[in-house]
Design a binder for this molecule. Structure first.
Ligand SMILES: CSC[C@H]1O[C@H](OP(=O)(O)O)[C@H](O)[C@@H]1O
Length: 343
């Protein structure tokens, strides 16, 4: 199940704001439409928004008419900055934009048409690399999942958050396909309900047993011995292992720690920020109030109410048992073991 598909100058996206009741698509033919799709969470999820931005630059490059290479690169820089400005927390976005920009620079001796093609080829390569990375994450995570495990997950770190297969849900898919008879408890994940709307939908589509719970029920099911482990995705992992993920992950992590339940982060290396020492300096996106005061357009709070809506929080490394990547499982001491993987 892929959230995005590039073909002949257009990027077709599943409109994730409409799932699960409607599976409709949005077609982006300009880089501004791609930027709006990321900003408005038509496409979301750290790896997915990175590759989406890469395709956005490729589409933008095709529209640049100048025959001057310096003007072309100025235009590319403007497009990159617009895509960088869409959302601040997922480091994959910045990693992807930087990789495309460097691709353009490394082909400067070529013709403009060849540079445009090189940019598109790089975006296509990043797309397929992400899918392969997710399948490797799934395979590497298998050793942590015992038969008959009940796994709690938060938000959606599934195929819809990546280019396919998912990270946290990649481990869950791999365990299910390996016949481990696992079942999943999915937090609804207020306020945007990625768990209720997306994870529950994905796992149901795949025939993986899933129970939807409200976020405030997670502690009860941990304390009562239902949950065997927690697996979540990530938007930015600092080199000391502190991890930014969907708001509510920190609460889940503290509850898991209190109940001696392992919490695993599943993420590709493109989610590790090798320039950030700790979670203290990870920017946290603040989103619009209406995401809290309305559910699917239905008002549930007074219009004039003051709202705080941080879209992510940071889980300190002491609450994380291991980080599952495509290169293998990273255990504490995270800083030494993460730096060893630095490009
Ligand atoms: C596979 S990373 C998914 C990651 O991104 C989500 O955030 P959002 O839905 O706001 O893009 C959430 O933090 C997931 O864990």
């Amino acid at each position: 199940m892929r959230p995005l598909e590039y073909k002949d100058g257009a990027l077709k996206l599943i409109d994730q704001t409409k799932l699960p009741t409607q599976k409709i698509y949005v077609e982006c033919t300009t880089y501004m439409e791609v930027a709006e799709a990321i900003k408005n969470m038509i496409v979301r999820g750290a790896p997915a928004i990175g590759v989406t931005a890469a395709y956005g630059i490729a589409i933008g490059a095709q529209s640049i008419k100048t025959q001057s290479k310096s003007e072309f690169m100025q235009n590319i820089e403007e497009i990159c900055n617009i895509l960088r400005s869409t959302r601040p927390t997922a480091v994959n976005l910045f990693w992807a934009v930087d990789r495309i920009y460097k691709t353009a620079l490394s082909h400067m001796e070529k013709s403009l048409d060849e540079i445009k093609q090189a940019i598109l080829n790089e975006a296509i390569m990043m797309d397929s690399e992400d899918v392969e990375a997710n399948k490797a994450i799934g395979k590497n995570g298998l050793s942590l999942i015992k038969d008959n495990f009940t796994i709690l997950t938060h938000c959606n770190a599934g195929a819809l958050a990546t280019c396919d297969y998912g990270t946290a849900l990649g481990v869950i898919r791999a365990a299910h396909d390996a016949g481990k008879n696992i079942n999943v408890y999915a937090d609804e994940t207020r306020p945007y309900l990625q768990g209720a709307r997306l994870t529950a939908w994905e796992l149901t589509q795949d025939g993986i047993p899933v129970t939807l719970i409200c976020d405030n029920m997670a502690g009860h099911f941990m304390k009562s011995g239902v949950i065997d482990c927690v697996i979540v995705g990530a938007d930015r992992i600092a080199i000391n292992g502190d991890t930014a993920n969907k708001i509510g992950t920190y609460s889940v992590a503290v509850l898991a720690h209190e109940n001696k339940i392992p919490l695993y982060v599943a993420a590709p290396l493109s989610t590790i920020d090798f320039l950030t020492e700790s979670g203290d300096s990870i920017p946290i996106e603040e989103r619009v109030s209406s995401e809290v005061t309305h559910i699917m357009g239905v008002q549930i709070a007074p219009s004039e109410i003051k709202v705080a809506n941080p879209s992510f929080d940071v889980t300190p490394n002491k609450y994380i048992s291991a980080i599952i990547t495509e290169k293998g499982i990273i255990y504490p001491p995270f800083k030494d073991n993460i730096i060893a993987l630095a490009p």
